[in-house]
Design a protein around this ligand. Sequence first.
Ligand code: NAD
Length: 296
Amino acid sequence: MGKAEIIDGRQLAAELTRKVRDEIASARKFHRLTPGLAVVLVGENEASKVYVRNKVQQCEAVGIKSFAHHLPADIRNDDLLTLIRGLNGDDRVNGILVQLPLPAQIDPAAVLATIDPDKDVDGFHVVNAGRLATGAPGALVPCTPYGCLLLIKSKQTALAGLKATIVGRSNIVGKPMAQLLLNENCTVTIAHSKTADLAAECRAADVLVAAVGKPRLVSGDWIKPGATVIDVGINRVPVPGGTTRLVGDVDFNSASAVAGAITPVPGGVGPMTVACLMRNTLIAACRQRHLEEPEL
Ligand code: NAD
């Protein structure tokens, strides 16, 4: 057994969800505000259906009104954009989420660009990426990296001056994660598939975030003793007996013997992502109504 503290994402997500639910109850009571989230699913991708169902259930649990749009896999690009423009103009809808991936005939960049940045609760619009990068007000921050930051802060209260390495440079996880840790005054390295000595970059990190999509890529001997390790990866691998299981990008057994604190997979980053989506929807609704936004 390892010695690292386990960062319990389910528990932290439950706490955040409770706070969001309480804030929504008081917004309804004092401002007659019921936040609304439109969730757009295109096609029959089974994993996407599960994610969307989970998001709609969470909306119900916290008091957000959900507007689910399940569209056929062969919908035309223009028709999807027309739907999004309609949602942009619908006052009941404070947040819009289009579940990725999208079918081949759809241009995902055009879809993301069409969402009103102030309703872009996934935080993927270039305007929100720019706000986050420059510190301009009004950013909606992507849910997964924001959840990671909350997980890190649950163990590391003083982040300034720490070395942080993020493995992965995607627009939805790696890059916004780097911006968030830079904002916390960490010294940030972004490592990726072309990094010359990945092990050394990881070993230098007080805070290590793995967002790659390669099962157990990061082993214990890549980890600085005492480091905080956040495992974003979700990888399904075969196990003896013909079944499969989920593992992260970090080799949990060897890493937890060295790290100071570590997230498990499942039960780490995943639950925080949905809780942060609820948070973003509440924040977007408060901004649209010119109400003071809660600190969450
Ligand atoms: P992505 O495929 O867009 O990006 C992966 C990144 O990893 C790329 O920047 C690439 O340069 C880097 N990379 C690939 N191979 C590498 C290697 N051998 N060494 C170093 N870097 C390498 O993926 P993503 O969307 O950022 O997601 C990453 C992982 O996180 C996936 O497993 C995904 O399922 C998971 N994920 C989880 C959540 C969650 O809520 N828990 C949310 C989003 C993504």
